[in-house]
Design a protein. Sequence first.
Length: 624
Amino acid sequence: MPPIAVILAALRTPRTAFAELFQQAQVSFPAANRVSFEVVAASPDDSTAFTNALEFAKSNGFLSDLVDELIDGRLADGSLAEAVTQARNDPGGTELQAIVNEVRGFIQPDILFRGLFDGMRWTGKIQIDGNTKGTGVLIGPHLILTAWHVVRPLFRRHQPNGPWQPQPDAASRLQVEFDDYLRFTRFSRAPQNVTPTRVPAHKDWCFTFSSCTDDELDDGFPEDRNQLDNFLDYAILKLKGVPGKERRYASLDANAVVPSNDDTCLLFQYPAAQSLRLDVGPVGSLQPPLQARFLHHVNSLPSSSGGPCFDRSFLLFGLHQGRYSVQNGQKQTNRGIPLLKILRHINENNTNGLPQPDPADDPLWEIDQASQRVPVLNCDAFQSIAWQLAVIGGPKILVIKGPGGIRGIGKTFRANLVLAMLPNGGHLKIVLHAEAIAKMNVEQVVAVICTSAGAPLPDLSKPTDAHSTQTVWLRDKVVPAVMAALNQVRDGKLVWLCLLELNTFKIEVDQTSEFLFMLYEQTLAFDWLRVVLDGMRGDLPDSLRLLVKDYSVPVDLPSDEPIKAYLRRLAANTPQGDLQDIDAVAFVLYDNYEMKKADELEKAMPFLASMTKRLTEKIRGQRV
């Protein structure tokens, strides 16, 4: 490989194009190990930034891939191609004659095994009026992504050639069917009497979409290919309930570039309405290149449309769209929609990001604390906020304020409720108790964080430069090391840093407090980081305000409706039939609460929670 100085001198590329190829060159890495250009090269000077990025690529083993991308993309002059050719033809080198497709490389067995079972859980069959129309993939607890033309029968034009509009009353016609591989992966070595899981659509079934062109509907391709940028052929459908809470869901990752020509594409699909199938093939080359479509040579049939396309690290990078008509005896080719184009369209047209699930569809109505099942009262609105943080495009920091209290009432309970809501399979949760870390130094807190996450402890050696400060050490050494350690072990999960009881126990070491604030600021750079702050007394930096969701715990219960909601959920989840006279029981509980409130407001809510807990235990005791 030529020296970095030679590579740098040959570059003829704007910063944005280099940044995209920097991600492209890492496509063989697992998503957790990919790093964006701006994180590595923060300097505003392009030459310095490119040098830092090239050095990073060299030290992490993908410089050769990056150089190939720069040459193939014509972002360097001919001197770079000449230097690379000479270096690779060096007779002193070792020639790997067994490699028949260097671009495609290899798939690691552990990544393949995990990816196969993830794809089996996430991929669903799109059905309209009971007939299979295509394939989709879960991208949220209650969201499924598919090709728009798969669900086109549920759309109408109000005038010829006008825009397509979803039919508001079409929800009853739509459902998604999952092959029940959950039983297979958990309880048995072979599926026996497996019944597919069918999930109906939400009444507001279509969240967002972009249609394909009319030419594509007629199995053609538009003459003006530039118009494809406005016709991305995707739809995000809302489901009733949250199947992704158990099954988990694919990550919409900003690093999900389309692999290079001849690299690997894995397509999960329901070809010809059969059961779930998988095929693997190379990515194709489209000339001239198009950002809004990519080609692949993976087998597919009708009903494969909308199937998720994964790269060899099992990162979702696109959707299968359909056949690409070719002439002159060329190899049969299929086309797809790049995920990055879909993400850009979502962000441009939905300022609030993806929608969160409705807690009424699948609320958490009690949680297990210290081996005691504690009622969850009056928390539906809060659960809705918590789901906002769990989906892409929403807030990243939740600040909970208000009283403490006991048994499902205060702010600390709600912080624990967030953690209880999130399935471990898709979320890495790190809990820091303010009392435990109040007197710790930075190294000790880092050890707690890494140990909780199962991450290796980074080297935090102090700077030897006499002119370096503790702040510089934290910013340039400690924080990047912690984020790299977490990124290494998160395995595609969201990472949740939850600090409890900050209003009760003060962080006494100034350097530790500064370090924590720097960690909060990492939410600006890393899409996978979330922070929950229970009772924070200080103010967050202004730079974070757009990422923060504030929640104040209510000190009063305005009616008995939350009590009724809890009792209905208790009845639905307790054996031996329904709970009788829910309205009357709720009235008695609320009446007692009102009398307690008249004496001492701050004790009324804990009193209500305690009464409800005793009632629940009594009901369960009678029904065992």
